[in-house]
Design a protein around this ligand. Structure first.
Ligand code: PLP
Length: 398
């Protein structure tokens, strides 16, 4: 086919998009759907950040920026890593991209050949899988269930490594589970990796400011592995800047150069205005981070309690991010009033959307079925109402 390359053909419409479309269709029919599907803070971008962007635009900061990002921003990122993550990278180790997603895309595109393996602890953020597929890598999915806190164990890592392993993908705090790796957890994984020099690590730490326990960066836990570690971060979640498309990678200079070459023929880099905004986000007042984190914590507690009160649903208490990933296997085998048998997580989500008017994402999208993801980056009122609707709908099952 002329309009679909082999690579494009392997890209599937994501479950998250599908559920959003189904929710929108119901809304259009007049149903009052509450959507807890997307991972986007409901807060606004801070005003000082918007003002800095405005000022930069008026001052003529509107030309092509350097492909890897403006030096002042990369400097601020180094300072930010020192302040919040406990390590200070060189400027040459940093590249700025149009969001954390492009950092990950650049990294896999620059390093993965067909057949190279990427170890993916599940549940994982759906885009990791799609990007690996797009780059013709092989996903090696390692299920990490609730019994292990949705975290990869050193033994499971050891068992998954082969001669073809190129990358281990870590995400802490994690989407969709909210799981957080402690410093000791990361050190134990690093101990395994020291035996396997062919394996590099991506640590996606984009939720590091939304944490309810002490956060440890992988590079801080294993500084001796810095020459094969790529840290991914950005302003989307912490500073409520998803639309500005601004993220960064911190890794060894040769990798950053290769990723910059990819980016140079892809987007040419992040918008100059967004870079000015991110510079202000990182160098301006930081008190909003703790305020917003407290608000997320209160919502987490409310949602976890409400879901655990529902017969057939069990919900772990996540350590970070703004998602819960409850188990819904207790509902399998029950029947709807219309006579439909609930057999899997997709059935649960479809039923809750149609009967309860709440949109959730089925766990199979994240590589660990039997669960669903609820994002609590929504207002307290919506979350309270949404959980009550879920409980009502579930209670009507026979
Ligand atoms: N990494 C994780 C784990 C995410 O959940 C998301 C967004 O959902 C991203 C990266 C994307 O970040 P960005 O908006 O900076 O591309």
């Amino acid at each position: 086919e002329l309009i679909r390359s082999d690579r494009a053909a392997s890209l599937q419409l994501s479950e998250i998009v599908k559920i959003s479309e189904a929710a929108r269709a119901r809304q259009a029919e007049g149903h009052p759907v509450l959507t807890f599907g997307t991972g986007e803070p409901d807060f606004k971008t801070p005003e000082n950040v918007i003002a800095a962007a405005h000022k930069a635009a008026l001052a003529g900061d509107t030309g092509y920026p350097p492909t890897a990002g403006k030096p002042a921003l990369r400097e601020a990122i180094a300072m930010d890593a020192e302040r919040f993550c406990g390590f200070r990278p060189e400027i040459a180790e940093i590249m700025v991209s149009t969001g954390a997603k492009q950092v990950i895309h650049n990294a896999f595109a620059a390093t993965v050949n067909p057949g190279d393996e990427v170890i993916m602890p599940a549940p994982y953020w759906t885009s990791y899988a799609d990007i690996v597929d797009f780059c013709q890598g092989e996903m090696v999915t390692v299920p990490c269930g609730a019994d292990q806190g949705f975290r990869l164990t050193p033994d499971a890592l050891e068992a998954a490594i082969t001669d073809k392993t190129r990358w281990l993908m870590l995400n802490t705090p994690g989407n969709p589970s909210g799981a957080m790796y402690s410093g000791e957890d990361l050190e134990a994984l690093a101990e395994v990796l020291r035996k396997h020099p062919q394996v590099w690590v991506i640590a996606d730490e984009i939720y590091m400011h939304i944490t309810y326990a002490p956060f440890t960066s992988f590079r801080k836990a294993a500084p001796d592995l810095a020459d094969r570690t790529l840290i991914v971060n950005g302003v989307s979640k912490s500073y409520a800047m998803t639309g500005w498309r601004l993220g960064w990678g911190i890794g060894p200079v040769e990798l950053i150069k290769a990723m910059t070459a990819i980016q140079g023929q892809c987007t040419s880099g992040a918008s100059s205005i967004s870079q000015a905004a991110a510079l202000e986000a990182l160098t301006g007042p930081q008190n909003l981070l703790a305020e917003r984190c407290d608000a997320f914590r209160a919502r987490r507690d409310m949602v976890v309690d409400a879901l655990n009160a529902v017969d057939g649903i069990t919900c772990e208490v996540p350590g970070g991010a703004f998602y819960v990933y409850p188990n819904c296997e207790g509902l399998f085998g029950r029947t709807t009033s219309g006579g439909k048998l609930i057999e899997n997580d997709a059935d649960v989500c479809e039923y809750i959307l149609n009967e309860g008017n709440v949109a959730l994402v089925p766990g199979r999208a994240f590589g660990l079925p039997g669960h669903f993801r609820l994002s609590y980056a929504y207002s307290d009122a919506d979350l309270t109402e949404g959980c009550a609707r879920i409980a009502r709908a579930v209670n009507e099952l026979k």
